[in-house]
Design a protein around this ligand. Structure first.
Ligand SMILES: [Zn+2]
Length: 56
């Protein structure tokens, strides 16, 4: 089930506006530095904002 070879890291997507951690995802660290921010829907603000990747 869990492949140990895949270099994936669990991260949080944190809203850059209200600092709410809305999403949990995993990024591939093998492909270099992942994107630093993504446009995601913030439930709290009810709009799309930039979400920054936050490592645990
Ligand atoms: Zn927000």
């Amino acid at each position: 089930m869990a492949k140990k070879k895949s270099k994936r890291e669990n991260v949080w997507l944190e809203c850059s506006q209200c600092k709410e951690r809305n999403y949990r995802t995993n990024v591939s660290v093998a492909e270099g530095t992942p994107k630093l921010s993504l446009k995601k829907y913030c439930k709290k603000e009810r709009k799309h904002t930039a979400h920054k990747i936050r490592r645990k």
